[in-house]
Design a protein around this ligand. Structure first.
Ligand code: AG3
Length: 274
């Protein structure tokens, strides 16, 4: 008889949490920026958590990573060749961009230990950092965009929740600098939280982007292991947000129907950004 069960829980509020039964805790480390944990779960494979919040699981990371890369790819005015990823220390976003054939990807992650942990525990994702088209920079994305000269067709903000180290990635000062290094017709995308459990996040992203870009639009996806399972992303451009006449092969979540329908928002979400 098994007497002890181990569980990892992410708290959504004082009264609700999502719990994963785990067979092992593979790592727990406190870095200069945050606490990183890796668990072996029963239902979702390995799970990466930062400061107690789920960043990815082996089983459902494909949703987030496909949706944060293929959408900007298809909504750029011309076929993108270069991308900047801020955050994304697991390598998942960079890996999806490689699948799309991008020729140059710069990935700026603030916490080198996230990369180390992922190299060890999520080698398939982190292997993108050793591909020849990818340049990994361990540094502060906010400072990087202040001084960068190179322009990018896609800029992806793959951050943690808008509290702590990621807070500055949601304000307009940051986005004004992002706008300076966005190639003409290019697209910026950020993750913008759970509309249900983090109702302020999507508005923060929209308010951060609007002063810096002509067009801003949010889209959503179903991500089982993030708060409420319903997740948002917010896209910004200086030319109309219209899909290019092009297509990408279906992934595990993404397909060409979702490429358009992901922008359909429930009424309560529209109110959050009005
Ligand atoms: N970064 C966004 C994760 C936010 C999850 N928030 C939460 N569970 N409260 C994902 C990193 C994957 N590259």
């Amino acid at each position: 008889m098994k007497l002890i069960e181990n569980w990892f829980s992410e708290r959504y509020s004082d009264n609700l949490q999502l719990s994963f039964r785990v067979s092992d805790q593979l790592l727990s480390v406190k870095t200069d920026y945050q606490r990183i944990d890796v668990f072996q779960t029963y239902d979702f494979g390995k799970l990466l958590s930062i400061d107690g919040t789920v960043q990815l699981t082996e089983k459902d990371e494909f949703v987030y990573h496909e949706m944060i890369t293929r959408m900007p790819y298809l909504y750029a005015d011309s076929k993108p060749e270069s991308a900047l990823v801020i955050g994304g220390g697991d390598g998942g976003a960079a890996g999806e961009l490689l699948k799309l054939g991008l020729k140059r990807i710069v990935n700026v992650e603030i916490d080198g230990q996230v990369v180390e942990v992922c190299r060890k525990h999520f080698p398939e994702l982190a292997s993108s950092f050793s591909k020849k088209n990818v340049e990994l920079i361990i540094g502060d994305g906010i400072k990087y965009v202040e001084t960068a000269k190179e322009k990018f067709h896609i800029i992806i903000i793959d951050s943690t929740d808008p509290v702590g180290p990621a807070e500055g990635l949601f304000d307009s000062k940051f986005y004004h600098n992002v706008a300076k290094i966005l190639a003409p017709g290019g697209v910026v995308v950020t993750q913008s939280g759970s509309p249900f459990y983090q109702p302020k996040a999507i508005g923060m992203a929209q308010r951060g982007m609007k002063p810096a870009f002509e067009y801003v639009k949010s889209y959503t996806a179903f991500i089982p292991t993030y708060p409420s399972g319903f997740w948002s992303f917010t896209m910004a451009k200086n030319t109309p947000i219209k899909m290019r006449k092009d297509s990408v092969p279906a992934g595990q979540y993404f397909n060409m129907e979702i490429a358009e329908s992901a922008f359909s928002l429930p009424e309560f979400v529209k109110k959050l950004i009005a």
